[in-house]
Design a binder for this molecule. Structure first.
Ligand SMILES: NC(=O)c1ccc[n+]([C@@H]2O[C@H](COP(=O)([O-])OP(=O)(O)OC[C@H]3O[C@@H](n4cnc5c(N)ncnc54)[C@H](OP(=O)(O)O)[C@@H]3O)[C@@H](O)[C@H]2O)c1
Length: 279
């Protein structure tokens, strides 16, 4: 049976990837920090899909957490599909967040994907097969969300993935890489960061299963970039191709002080808001 490793696999988009891959006949390695949640999800997937599921508790925001996964690969574990999905968002504006929190987000959202990709690529290239899915965000496409460093990390992942997937090294060896740009998706992401997204209109929200299905379909079609749904395809196209001047009035400050959790506010309102310490 082919083997897939999914990070952040206990809930949300990661769990949807795990279930979808299990349905397609993959054995799984599930990675996240919470051991009890990993065991619960693993036994549910085993029972439903009759595949083998291993769990690896690891904090991928740390080098030692990444190392635990890298050691598995270097010990000869053959990974056919790697899904770099684990990620977090911070609620506050950059200057008000602790530097440790900012660094942890950068380490998880960027460094973990870099390290795990680097660990699996030599084996995939030698076997001339294998796939990597990197979960970025539609916010990576342009400067749509001000005062948070989240889009900057996701933009790194988009740029990295597009460059790698089109590189001669990957194309010549048949290794496939797809970057996913989900829009707002109903998961635990915002609750975990106490980010109030409740006032966003319902039509903006996606289901995690739809994001994972679209991503795996686009991976199978050899697409470098996967954007689920037409409305987010249009948004991403606009963010990537329209002149910045034209987009400026639409920039949102999702973490404007005094507007916790962020109703979208026009740029001028964000600029005139007085900073206050995060509660
Ligand atoms: N939801 C959205 O609207 C949205 C939109 C665009 C992009 N995304 C991206 O999609 C990905 C998945 O997000 P989600 O919404 O599904 O998030 P989620 O529901 O909050 O799930 C996050 C998963 O990552 C794991 N995780 C968190 N910190 C970790 C760490 N330090 N080390 C290892 N695992 C860790 C969590 O388990 P533990 O806590 O047990 O570790 C959990 O399994 C993220 O990269 C996110 O940036 C989400």
């Amino acid at each position: 049976m082919p083997l897939a490793l999914v990070t952040g696999a206990t809930v949300g988009i990661g769990r949807a990837f795990a279930e979808r891959l299990a349905r397609d006949g993959y054995d799984l390695i599930l990675v996240a920090r919470t051991e009890s949640a990993l065991h619960r999800v693993a036994s549910e997937i085993r029972a439903t899909f009759c595949v083998r599921v291993r769990t690896l508790p690891a904090d991928l925001a740390t080098v030692s957490g990444c190392q635990a996964v890298e050691d598995l690969v270097r010990a000869g574990m053959t990974i056919d599909v790697l899904v770099n999905n684990a990620g977090i968002v911070l609620r506050g504006p950059f200057p008000h967040n602790s530097i440790d929190d900012e660094e942890a987000m950068l380490n998880l959202n960027v460094r973990a994907a870099l390290r795990l990709t680097h660990a699996v690529l030599p084996g995939m290239m030698a076997r001339r097969s294998g796939s990597i899915v990197n979960v970025s965000s539609f916010t990576a496409a342009g400067p749509g969300a001000l005062s948070t460093t989240y889009p900057a990390g996701k933009a790194w992942l988009l740029s990295f993935s597009e460059a790698m997937s089109r590189s001669r090294q990957l194309r010549d060896t048949g290794v496939q890489m797809t970057v996913v740009l989900p829009g707002f998706t109903r998961t635990e992401l915002f609750d975990r960061s106490r980010f109030d997204a409740s006032r966003l209109p319902s039509w903006l929200w996606l289901k995690p299963e739809a994001v994972a299905s679209a991503a795996l379909r686009d991976l199978a079609r050899g697409k470098a970039v996967s954007v689920p749904t037409l409305r987010y395809k249009a948004a991403v196209w606009g963010l990537r191709h329209l002149p910045r001047l034209l987009l400026q009035p639409l920039f949102w400050d999702l973490s404007t002080p005094g507007r916790p959790g962020g109703m979208p506010v026009p740029l001028h309102a964000a600029a005139s808001a007085r900073p206050s310490v995060r509660d």
